[in-house]
Structures are given as structure tokens and as C-alpha cells.
Design a protein around this ligand. Sequence first.
Ligand SMILES: [Mn+2]
Length: 195
Amino acid sequence: MRKAELARKTSETDIKMSLNIDGKGSYDIKTGIEFFDHMLNGFAKHGFFDLKVKVDGDIGVDGHHTVEDTGIVLGNAIKEACKDTKGMARFGYFILPMDDALVLCSIDFSGRPYLNFEANFNQERCGYFETELVKEFFYAVSYSAGMNIHIKQLAGDNTHHVIEAMFKAFAKALDMATSLDSRITDVLSTKGKLR
Ligand SMILES: [Mn+2]
């Protein structure tokens, strides 16, 4: 089982996380922002990752530090759990529908960070969650995990649906990219090295 257990504490957030890449989709997530919990629950469930997250963040300021720092720790946890890159599929993609919403997510778990994020949200908030933080979250994940992430909204009016489709599309793409393929006997790169 590929697992990671991490803790990160700053003056802004105190985060404890455990991740099992080879899980069954169980989750226990409390970030203090219920909409964000809802998104991470969907990420764990649909990626078949076991994920526990406890965040004590300065949400009295706003959600920025909590969401960004959770992205940093999740990226670090993915990188740590997948430190042995041998046999890993590396690329993953999904186009996920959710009623009106259609979202593409494509990733290369290459060791190189990059985020391309194309979306237009109709709402500034979903509950207490500021929608501009979705991009901050995926930016943090891409940099701390060391992966290319392209996320593109292909359709959708309902902001809740579009964001939820992003988290689920990312989950499916990451599940594919981190899957082990018995045909890959070494590391899937002509350079012979990932990261
Ligand atoms: Mn929902």
C-alpha cells in the first residue's frame, strides 16, 4: 500500500493528513469549510483514495490559507506516497460530466509542476468557500506534488456543479496516473527518471 501521513503547522494553519493511494475511497475530512469538505470527500470517493484531513485554519480571516495549505499538504502526501515511481502509469485524464457541467482534467505526474486552469465561475462563493480558491488549491497541489495539471471547464452554468466536477475529474485522472501497469518494468520515461 502506498501511504503517507503528514503534519504541517504554521501561524495560519495546523494540518494533519493521511492518504492511502491504494485505498477504497473512505474519507474523514474536517477543514472548517463545509463546501471544501464536500469537494475533498468526492475526491477521495471517486479516486479510491483513503483520505483523512483535519485542518485548524484561520477561517476567520477567509478561506485562503486553509484551502491553499491543504493543497500543499495533499500534494506533498501524493508525492510521498508515490515516491517509488517504478511501474507507474504517469499520465492520467478524465472528462467528467455533472448535469450541466463538463470538466476536463489531464495530468502528467512527471516531477515538473505546472498548472493550466481555465474556468469562469458565475458565483463568487459556494457556501463559505470562495470560488477563486479552486485555482489556488490546484496550483498548490501541482507545485508540491510536482505534476502538470490541466483543468478546463468545457461546459456548465452551476458553480457548485462545475467545481465538484473539477475535484472528481482530478480524482479520476490521478487514480489513472498513479495506477501500476505490469508492462512498465522500470520508470516510464526515456530519461530513465521521474523526479
Ligand atoms: Mn454537490
